[in-house]
Design a protein around this ligand. Structure first.
Ligand SMILES: *Cc1c(COP(=O)(O)O)cnc(C)c1O
Length: 397
């Protein structure tokens, strides 16, 4: 049975007020019309290859493979211009916005990676950019804020709520209703009202399409498993989509476990949350006993969002994707293991997928080939990582 557009099982939909509704419909129609055209496809391909650096390598990490006891390939999204998978989506949407006749982009960001990727894409496509960012996150991610400013973006702090990503999303949606004629809201993950989850998933699927091709070249077959970290789910869905119908490929989604598995110190919405409407769609969300959205908690800013996008929510609920988590402490250790063994410093977000493999070796057997979607590099997290190990050293004295 074909599902209604924008619905993933029970999840998704378009819960928007009457001002936003026509804007979302305009975007949906423009995407349907413009995306399939050869001109759009050619220009996007050119941008992804020559500006973004695609295709990214699929790297056989031999030392790490030895550690976990199966053959592991890293899909190197850290090598995309800007240092993460985010540019795949921002180039796609910026290019679409330009084709729609928009002159300006607005967006929100947590770790700052999406903000940087949006300004880069905006500049590459000749559009102005304004980035809304939680006041807390501005402090935590100073180097990305500097980068955005150098690139010419206006960075606007959001002080409502607890000053993190979920508050910035609410503020940006509000801003969009007043300026949508000239401005495109560049949603950063597979979340929000339809058509955003579909648009972002389409642009990120380039990851999975490349994995499929590269696996055929290197191994002559699809992988036994793909493992990805995430919050909204864009890097995971991008990697998973071309394999969802192949039940032989196991799919693992690792969210932020935070400090402990309780709702006051975690971001693990699949373990602790339930379905609820947030930011225009029905998604798996962290909530308190009254059904109010509960702020998430994790040391990894990019995973610090209380909801999982509709598509990953559906895939986890139906059991097609295994919902997993890793705790902050395990993630810091995993970052160190990857640095020492492979000479790669992963983003804390990516560290979740690495930690899961290191701590669940029994789930992967010797003859298996596993793709770990290596979503980003850790330069932005350097301070946080070093501070963690300094404190650790203190504790051990
Ligand atoms: C933003 C980010 C994520 C999480 O976002 P998703 O939309 O769930 O993919 C993961 N890894 C890195 C490196 C990021 O920057």
């Amino acid at each position: 049975m074909k599902m209604a557009r924008g619905k993933f099982g029970d999840f998704g939909g378009r819960f928007a007020n009457e001002i936003l509704m026509p804007v979302l419909i305009e975007l949906e129609e423009a995407f349907d019309k413009i995306y399939p055209t050869p001109e759009f496809q050619d220009e996007l391909k050119n941008l992804l290859e020559n500006y973004g650096g695609r295709p990214t390598p699929l790297y056989h990490a031999e030392s790490f493979s030895e550690l976990v006891g199966c053959k592991v390939y890293l899909k190197r999204e850290d090598l995309v211009n800007g240092g993460s998978h985010k540019l795949n989506n921002t180039l796609g949407q910026a290019h679409l916005a330009k084709r729609m006749g928009k002159t300006r982009l607005i967006t929100e960001t947590a770790a700052g990676m999406h903000g940087v990727a949006t300004v880069m894409a905006g500049n590459a496509c000749g559009l102005e950019t304004e980035v809304f960012m939680g006041a807390q996150d501005i402090k935590r991610q100073a180097s990305n804020v500097k980068r955005m400013k150098l690139l010419g973006a206006k960075v606007t702090p959001v002080n409502i709520g607890s000053g993190v990503l979920k508050d910035a999303v609410s503020d940006t949606l509000r801003e969009w209703t007043s300026c949508s004629r000239t401005t495109h809201y560049l949603m950063g993950s597979t979340v929000g009202p339809h058509p955003f989850p579909e648009i972002v998933a389409t642009f990120q699927s380039v990851i999975g399409e490349e994995i499929k091709k590269q696996m055929l070249e290197k191994e002559g077959r699809p992988p036994n498993a793909i493992i990805a970290c995430g919050s909204g789910g864009s890097n995971a869905i991008g990697a998973f989509r071309p394999f969802v119908d192949n039940e032989k490929v196991r799919l693992y989604f690792v969210e932020g476990g935070g400090e402990h598995l309780d709702a006051d110190s975690s971001a693990a919405a699949f373990q602790l949350g339930k379905p609820g409407v947030i930011h225009g769609a029905l998604m798996q969300t962290l909530q308190d006993e009254h059904g109010q959205i509960k702020p998430s908690k994790t040391r990894s800013a990019g995973l610090n969002y209380p909801a999982r996008g509709p598509e990953i929510s559906h895939l986890c609920k139906t059991g097609r994707v295994k919902a997993c988590y890793a705790f902050d402490e395990e993630v810091f250790e995993a970052v160190k293991v990857m640095a020492r063994n492979e000479g790669l410093i992963p983003a804390l977000e990516t560290g979740h997928a690495i930690a899961y493999m290191l701590n669940h070796k029994d789930e992967f057997s010797e003859d298996e080939v596993v793709v770990l979607n290596y979503s980003g590099r850790g330069d932005k997290d350097l301070e946080t990582i070093l501070r963690y190990f300094e404190n650790e050293a203190w504790r051990k004295i």
